[in-house]
Design a protein around this ligand. Structure first.
Ligand SMILES: *Cc1c(COP(=O)(O)O)cnc(C)c1O
Length: 368
């Protein structure tokens, strides 16, 4: 049986060859591959600019910083995400305003408007599992209240809404190329934007705030860091991106099989992706019914014992000690319910349909 982790990478001969070629060449740190990868990301998503970083976390630090988010600003976001979605604006002394989710794990667009205050600066939704959020409603609110929209699309490279790829729809969009994300550069991330000024500032932010002048002379014009992606990583990214659609098709075949297998049971919920949407299917989440939720720990252990690399995504960010200490307690009923029930089961492009049969059989054996 192949790797039955909830998600994992697939590295093939062509990926390895692409990386070796860069290792044998002259440029390891800065060179042509990062720019080539950025152009490929623009071609694929339809975004005008792509700026790569050495992780999605450093990319988010850049996005929040260049958008002018600062002390006392409020950012409306989802608690059902990896901590970094909130961490990087809290690091700028902005205040998280967590909005409840719907049971598919995405921010509940109907609940956003009542959270908007004169201090609100941005809305940061996450396309949980790759399933697109209700971006149209979010954009209407953003326009009405003059807010930025920064999408966390760490799960959603290749997802689309009405045929339009995620990446060119909001002020900025975040991608992650961490090992287990839709494609990988081992570690890496990017911001996509149509805004030239943001792109310019992001490039300064990721590389010491330095602009080249003539000959040896350069000038540091703003605060910056070394958050650059390497040439080696970019070469892997270029090679992986060529296969993204193939990867997504495999993940969608597995998900479609699960959807069919799980239709007539009531131990847990699954979520259909709207006809008009395409999901990159980074995760396949199930939500245990209320009876099974109290046994989730035992179920999780049993599934792991049977070699299903299940995981839980996510503990609501506000439940982390750091956030309780800094902002006090938060309780959002659907996010709580979601966390109590959620388990992510294996769904990735390095498994076969036979593996999916084993996963489904095992899950139904343990749960039903
Ligand atoms: C993985 C992930 C990130 C952060 O990505 P890194 O590249 O590991 O920094 C951000 N947001 C979400 C939703 C993620 O899943």
């Amino acid at each position: 049986m192949s790797n039955l982790s909830y998600s994992t990478q697939l590295i093939e001969e062509d990926d390895i060859a692409a990386v070796v070629k860069v290792l044998e060449g002259n440029f390891l740190a800065q060179g042509p591959k990062v720019a080539e990868f950025e152009q490929s990301l623009c071609d694929y998503t339809g975004a005008m600019y792509a700026v790569c970083f050495n992780s999605a976390t450093s990319a988010l630090a850049g996005a929040y910083s260049v958008s002018g988010i600062t002390k006392g600003d409020e950012v409306i976001t989802t608690p059902i995400s990896f901590v970094t979605t909130s961490n990087m604006f809290v690091d700028l002394d902005a205040v998280p305003v967590w909005c409840d989710v719907t049971l598919n794990g995405n921010i509940d667009a109907e609940k956003i408007e009542s959270l908007i205050t004169p201090k609100t600066k941005a809305i940061v939704p996450v396309h949980f599992s790759g399933n697109p959020v209700e971006l149209q409603k979010i954009h209407l609110l953003a326009r009405k209240h003059n807010l930025l929209v920064i999408e966390d699309a760490a799960h959603a490279l290749g997802s689309s809404i009405n045929g339009k790829k995620i990446g060119s729809l909001s002020d900025m969009t975040l991608l992650s190329f961490h090992a287990i994300k839709p494609i990988t550069t081992s570690e890496g991330g990017a911001i996509l934007t149509d805004n030239k000024e943001y792109a310019t500032k992001l490039r300064l932010f990721r590389s010491h705030g330095i602009v080249k002048k003539e000959l040896w002379n350069s000038d540091m014009i703003s605060m910056g860091y070394n958050y650059r992606l390497t040439e080696v990583a970019a070469a892997l990214g270029i090679s992986q991106l060529k296969k993204l659609d193939k990867f997504i098709n495999i993940r969608n075949e597995i998900a479609a099989y699960y959807d069919k297998r799980f239709k007539d049971q009531n131990s847990f919920l699954t979520f259909e992706v709207k006809q008009t949407h395409r999901s990159a299917r980074h995760l396949y989440p199930i939500i245990l019914n209320s009876k099974l939720r109290s046994k989730k720990e035992a179920i999780f252990q049993e599934l792991q014992k049977r070699e299903l690399g299940v995981q839980v995504h996510y503990k609501p960010i506000y439940q982390n000690s750091f956030y309780i200490e800094k902002f006090g307690k938060t309780f959002l009923p659907v996010a709580e319910e979601f966390y109590k029930g959620e388990i992510s089961i294996p769904c990735h492009h390095n498994m076969t349909l036979n593996d999916a049969v084993y996963v489904a059989d095992t899950l139904l054996e343990v749960l039903v």
